[in-house]
Design a protein around this ligand. Structure first.
Ligand code: IVH
Length: 667
């Protein structure tokens, strides 16, 4: 590969990874698996290094869409959930049936809105002022991008009259198609790279470091949810939209109350036409149970509410040629064939690769190098090869043959049980070693900052580590010999590795990288067994007793702990003092047992979060609004209307000092 080819591939990988990031973090609709993501990232890292193509904006520089180090991370007190998708009338009818079944009656209406294809944003207004703008992040915590959000002209910095004490607003930042095209033209004139589509460009712009540059981007905003105390009242989504409008927040004019699902279908048909005339991109519609009082009863899964669903417009297709089929080695040894495509425009992006999933899939569709194929992006997701256009032509290439040996380490490939995938089960396979360590260090696992692909790659290549347990043996003297690793960054890395020892048991279990053990299963295993030792000793049957865990997972866990190689790793982790049992949350006292607090204004020495933690540590709870049930108002400087309300209701008002006295921490 020469530099020019490398550059091309690097651009392609960056685009794919940026899209994958966005799909994962902003929409919770990943189109590639974590391990595929890691594989692409590893490849990109390697090329950037080898051909000296590192750039500050490359995905390798901000691994996994983590809140960039320059933005603070914010917790979302109410998670920003995703939406389940439906693709046809039948699936939508199933949704309707489920809603009626759970509610046990038909006494509700629907609200239908457009689904804006941009980046989700959470806004927080306190006493009418915009105090926070945040990205969705992983749904539970995102980036504080307030300074960038403030540059979006659609977003009011102060709300109109009659605003609640606290207003949490959710909506979507987006770009209009025309403005996007103009911006790209302008960029090209300046010799800058064009953005792939309005969605990527919106997400990218919101995460820029320089707010003055953000201000030049044509970012727009539509709000679609308002959360405040009045939520408890019996209102409708329709009324919420009107309240948002009244507060001065932008609301898209296309929304409609529908009395039954049949009316929803009719509206969708209408909007499928309308979408082409809109100035912005929509990828479908969102159908919501209109009466908010039913939301609680309908509840949510861990990912999406049951009171709303998305209906995705039909996917767009394109035709292109397969130039080659390459193989990727995943973290768990899975070998994935990938179609290398002649670049083609599809639904606003350039598509150059598509996963072919596995050998069976290739043979089922009889896909061969040189074929013209139909590719599709189903609901804006990953490109899929749907079918071959001209399978009967002469001189076709031979059928695809899966090699017998791993493309990375030459070990013989195997199929386990009734698995469709070929695997490389060599524990020493280099890409797998690297990916296991990267997974161990990743944000949702041990969260070791500074241990990205490049560093792991070097550590492994230099023979400093062979497993993730070896990380805890690293010495500063070894680290400073690595490229781009000065004394300070070496120390930072060692500190990060050291503090990862405090990560709770469930993260350790997840980080170990057992097949089928994702975050949720790891959490269930930790809670079910309480200690690593109990888990190690558990039989398959005992593991299966945990509600969410079936035989396949249980078997995988038992198999993993049964391997000598892994036992050594576990022993080493134990010796290094990683958390091997569930720890109780520290409880300082019960002085505030059953006491309900409301916070207002800014305290001299605590943030809201710290004050809340302190209250909870002493057995109390906090709520957002003052009512007859409130026991204390904890008031700081410039308190809002809660202060007056508390006075009115004769609720004791504490300042920081008297609060500390109350809990006996006044010294
Ligand atoms: S309501 C609890 N309404 O779609 C779910 N979401 O796939 C609340 N989106 O992250 C979402 N238009 O950013 C809702 N009219 C609309 C929307 C919308 C776009 C986005 C939103 C969400 C994603 C879920």
């Amino acid at each position: 590969m020469d530099k020019q080819q490398a550059k091309k591939r690097v651009d392609e990988l960056r685009e794919l990874l940026n899209q994958a990031n966005k799909a994962y973090y902003q929409e919770a609709q990943p189109f590639i698996s974590d391990k595929q993501f890691d594989e692409y990232l590893a490849e990109l890292e390697q090329l950037e290094e080898q051909f000296d193509l590192v750039e500050p904006t490359s995905p390798t520089q901000r691994v996994g869409g983590e809140p960039s180090s320059d933005f603070e991370t914010v917790e979302h007190p109410i998670p920003l959930l995703s939406l389940d998708n439906t693709y046809n009338e039948e699936e939508l009818n199933d949704f309707d049936r489920r809603v009626r079944e759970i509610l046990g009656h038909d006494d509700f209406t629907y609200m239908i809105e457009l689904k804006f294809d941009g980046a989700a944003i959470r806004l927080r207004y306190e006493d009418g002022d915009l105090v926070l703008g945040a990205t969705r992040g992983d749904g539970e915590r995102g980036d504080d991008i307030t300074r960038n959000v403030k540059t979006i002209k659609d977003i009011p910095l102060h709300l109109n009259n009659d605003y609640p004490d606290v207003a949490e607003v959710r909506g979507e930042a987006y770009m209009e198609r025309e403005a996007f095209i103009r911006m790209n033209e302008h960029r090209e004139e300046q010799g800058l790279n064009a953005f792939a589509n309005p969605r990527n460009s919106t997400a990218g712009s919101l995460k820029m470091q320089d707010p003055r540059e953000v201000a030049r981007r044509p970012i727009r905003f539509f709000s679609f949810d308002l959360i405040n105390n009045s939520d408890e009242k019996d209102i409708t989504q329709y009324q919420k939209m009107q309240m948002l409008s009244k507060l001065g927040l932008p609301v898209c004019e296309h929304y409609k109350e529908c009395s039954a699902i049949s009316e929803v279908h009719a509206k969708i048909t209408e909007w499928e036409e309308l979408r082409h005339d809109l100035p912005f991109e929509t990828d479908g519609v969102v159908i919501k149970v209109n009466q908010t009082k039913f939301r609680k009863q309908l509840g949510a899964t861990s990912k999406a509410p049951r009171w709303a669903i998305a209906y995705k417009f039909e996917a767009e297709q394109a035709t292109t040629t397969i130039q080659g089929i390459t193989l990727q080695v995943g973290r768990l040894g899975k070998i994935t064939p990938v179609a290398e495509l002649k670049a083609v425009e599809l639904a606003g992006t350039t598509v150059k690769r598509a996963s072919l999933h596995n050998e069976d899939e290739i043979h089922r569709k009889d896909i061969r190098v040189g074929d013209r194929v139909v590719v599709e992006k189903a609901g804006e997701i990953i490109p899929q090869v749907i079918s071959v256009v001209n399978p009967d032509r002469d001189n076709r290439s031979p059928r695809f043959e899966m090699p017998d040996h791993c493309p990375a380490c030459s070990e013989e490939l195997v199929k386990l049980g009734d698995d469709v995938d070929w695997r490389c089960i060599n524990p020493e396979c280099p890409p797998q070693i690297r990916q296991r360590i990267e997974h161990f260090a990743s944000r949702d696992a041990m969260d070791i900052e500074g241990l990205g692909e490049a560093v792991v790659d070097q550590l492994v290549t230099e023979g400093l580590i062979n497993t993730y347990a070896d990380l805890y043996e690293l010495k500063k003297a070894q680290l400073i010999l690595l490229d781009r690793m000065a004394g300070k960054s070496a120390q930072n890395l060692l500190d990060a590795i050291e503090s990862s020892k405090k990560q709770p048991l469930d993260r350790v279990i997840y980080a170990m990288g057992i097949r089928f053990v994702g975050k949720t299963v790891a959490r269930d295993l930790a809670h079910g067994f309480q200690t690593m030792d109990a888990l190690i000793e558990a039989t398959k049957e005992e593991i299966e007793e945990i509600e969410s865990i079936g035989p396949k997972i249980a078997e995988s866990v038992v198999r993993w702990f049964g391997q000598e190689h892994n036992q050594e790793i576990v022993d080493s982790l134990r010796e290094h003092g990683l958390t091997f049992s569930i720890e109780e949350k520290e409880q300082a006292s019960q002085k505030l047992e059953d006491k309900k607090f409301v916070l207002t204004g800014s305290l001299p020495s605590f943030t809201r979060k710290e004050a809340t933690e302190l209250i909870e540590k002493h057995g109390g709870t906090t709520t957002s609004s003052v009512s007859g049930n409130t026991d204390y108002l904890l008031a700081g400087e410039s308190p809002g209307s809660k202060y007056d309300k508390a006075k009115e209701l004769n609720i004791p008002i504490l300042d920081e000092i008297s609060f500390l006295e109350l809990i006996g921490e006044n010294n």
